[in-house]
Design a protein around this ligand. Structure first.
Ligand code: PAN
Ligand code: ZN
Length: 186
């Protein structure tokens, strides 16, 4: 029997379409403590949507062994002070579970930190990124457009949103030439 998948990726809008698509928005008010320039952060409307994650509800409860989830993150472009917009970032609650990210649109960085060592991979359309287990990971939008990145992770993984300064010892700012620079947390 031939059957069509009930979810499709739209390559023009970079969105998922079909049945069972869930959407989760993260707003400025959800990111208290994540940016270094507190006064610039406080000037932002707390309701500003910073990023959206859409994912297929495949019926598996988080924690189910053996399954996978598929989702797409859309991170808006911008800076707070001179620090680029970013996702919260997290460890997986089940630490030793990895994840794949795949760049769809825009330009950014994938920050990965394990044991205090940070790697920043450039995310562009078509780039494939393996995030090993035990590694805190977040996206940073260094471009002028929406950064859209798909992800596939285990249903068992869960998310551990540890305090950002415990996960990431470095930050990415826009320099005077408009290019990303890395700085250590002070
Ligand atoms: C991604 C992230 C997504 C949003 O799907 O959950 O990019 O980032 P935060 O969860 O850090 O807010 C993923 O890594 N899942 O495991
Ligand atoms: Zn993850």
């Amino acid at each position: 029997m031939f059957k069509q998948s009930n979810v499709k990726y739209n390559g023009k809008t970079f969105n998922l379409e079909g049945s069972g698509i869930q959407k989760k928005e993260t707003r400025a008010k959800d990111l208290a403590g994540y940016f270094s320039d507190l006064s610039a952060y406080q000037m932002l409307d707390p309701e500003t949507v910073m990023y959206q994650v859409e994912y297929q509800d495949n019926g598996l409860a988080e924690g189910t062994p053996g399954g996978l989830y598929f989702g797409i993150t859309h991170l808006y472009p911008g800076v707070i002070g001179e620090e680029y917009y970013l996702t919260k970032g997290h460890f997986h609650a089940k630490r030793d579970t990895g994840e794949y990210y795949f760049g769809l649109h825009g330009q950014g960085l994938l920050m990965m930190t394990e044991n205090g060592e940070t790697v920043l991979e450039e995310v562009v359309p078509g780039s494939v990124h393996y995030i090993p287990g035990n590694t805190a990971h977040r996206l940073i939008n260094t471009g002028a457009e929406m950064l859209s990145v798909s992800a596939c992770w285990q249903t068992e993984s869960g998310h551990d949103y540890a305090p950002p300064e415990e996960m990431f010892p470095q930050r990415v700012f826009r320099d005077k030439a408009g290019k990303p620079i890395i700085e250590n947390n002070s």
